[in-house]
Write a new protein. Structure first.
Length: 423
């Protein structure tokens, strides 16, 4: 039986996420286009993705330790969330106070600091989510939550498409300022969520930080499922980030698409992610997150191939719709799997360690992808991304247990053939 406080927390958790996702999708997807408007090269765009990921994620273990130290984890989420979302205002205006040749460097620094602030509360937020969402309903709850979040993201994406048609840089001024306002509203709602009272922390018994980390890593290495998941995710995320935001550059420069049209391509992905949640949610609860990731990951591997073969820009709508549908299932299951593989004790540290390794992969990937694009052309990076994703998925399937869940059959994956109680 779910208590009234838990029901209220779950509802406010959806509202907070709606504001946060609206903020992120009004600004984040167009930071690359903003850099292009400031005359950034492909390698600079790679650095714009890499540096923030590197700087933000190498601090994840310290942030995880901090989350395990503070009595109330919400403090980190509130401070980090406010700083990250308010920083869009600075990103909108500050680069124009510098000479044109310095603006990209300024933008990279600002974007990096924004990600550091956003990641400050990352491990704490994930641990808090595990505390308010009962395990038995996580698949269904996060699927329903994602429907609302993706619908909000879809609405602001259409708004972004209209705003991008305005004169530069007025269009980005409006985008980033409104994104900041929505993000601050998200932080305010987060403060109202009635999370369970924080538990009393056990003293570390005079352990130094080095000793504490040594004990943690020894314990983590005994969790073979977690370790194997991290290894496979590093390879997978390197392959994904190798392509990263350069898809938008390819769409505009090589396929002849318009910046405003890219907003529609992004919207098609968000629409698919909204639709797919009711499909993937029951599957995740019945067959487990690992099996859902294995199925959806196969299609995600082939997304770069579809972009490579697409002859005209309007096919981007179809490709991103397919991509969004499959990524929707993969990301839903990946979050649930991470909660499943990490123990309640020291969960923030596990999340911090996981994010640190992911940060290294997503920092190196865009840099190499950007330089490869300049040397061999943008199309070459799509094939490389495909190959690395396949290797990552293979390692994941081989190394991570399905935790006793039954593997879905082909009939299980066809909605019309599923038992009615699953629909």
């Amino acid at each position: 039986m779910i208590s009234q406080d838990t029901r209220r927390a779950l509802k406010l958790n959806v509202v907070e996420g709606a504001f946060a996702v609206a903020s992120d999708n009004l600004a984040g997807p167009y930071l690359t286009l903003f850099a292009m408007a400031l005359n950034a090269t492909p390698s600079q765009i790679g650095l714009l993705s890499a540096f923030p990921n590197l700087l933000g994620n190498i601090l994840q273990i310290p942030f995880g330790m901090l989350a395990e130290t503070v009595r109330d984890k919400r403090i980190l989420c509130i401070i980090g969330g406010f700083l990250a979302r308010a920083s869009w205002i600075i990103i909108a205006f500050l680069p124009f106070l510098f000479p044109p040749e310095q603006r990209i460097a300024v933008l990279i620094v600002l974007a990096s600091l924004r990600i550091v602030a956003a990641n400050l509360g990352g491990p704490a937020w994930t641990a808090l989510q595990a505390g308010i969402v009962p395990k038995s309903i996580r698949g269904k709850y996060y699927a329903n939550r994602n429907v609302v979040l993706n619908f909000c993201a879809l609405l602001v994406t259409f708004a972004a498409g209209f705003l991008l048609s305005l004169r530069f840089p007025i269009n980005y001024y409006i985008l980033f300022v409104v994104a900041a306002a929505l993000g601050i509203a998200s932080t305010y709602v987060f403060r109202q969520i009635p999370f369970p009272p924080p538990e009393e922390k056990e003293k570390r018994g005079g352990q130094t930080t080095k000793e504490y980390l040594a004990v943690f890593f020894r314990s983590a290495q005994e969790n073979r499922n977690f370790v194997n998941y991290v290894y496979s995710a590093v390879v997978w995320n390197f392959g994904v980030s190798f392509l990263g935001t350069l898809t938008a550059v390819y769409f505009v420069q090589d396929m002849g698409g318009h910046e405003g049209a890219w907003a529609l391509v992004t919207a098609s992905s968000l629409l698919a992610q909204t639709i797919c949640q009711r499909y993937w949610g029951p599957l995740a609860d019945k067959f487990g997150p690992k099996n859902v990731m294995a199925v959806s990951g196969i299609a995600v591997c082939f997304v770069p191939v579809m972009w490579f073969l697409a002859p005209v820009s309007w096919l981007g709508l179809v490709i991103n719709f397919v991509s969004g549908f499959m990524w929707g299932g993969y990301n839903l299951a990946a979050f649930n799997l991470l909660l499943e593989l990490t123990p309640d004790d020291n969960r923030s540290m596990y999340i911090g360690a996981y994010n640190t390794f992911m940060g290294l992969a997503t920092a190196v990937g865009p840099v190499l992808g950007g330089f490869t694009a300049e040397l061999l052309g943008l199309r070459s990076i799509f094939l490389f991304s495909f190959g690395v994703r396949v290797v990552g998925l293979f390692l994941f399937n081989r190394g991570v247990s399905d935790s006793g869940y039954r593997r879905p059959t082909r009939d299980d994956l066809i909605p019309l053939r599923r038992p009615s109680k699953m629909l």
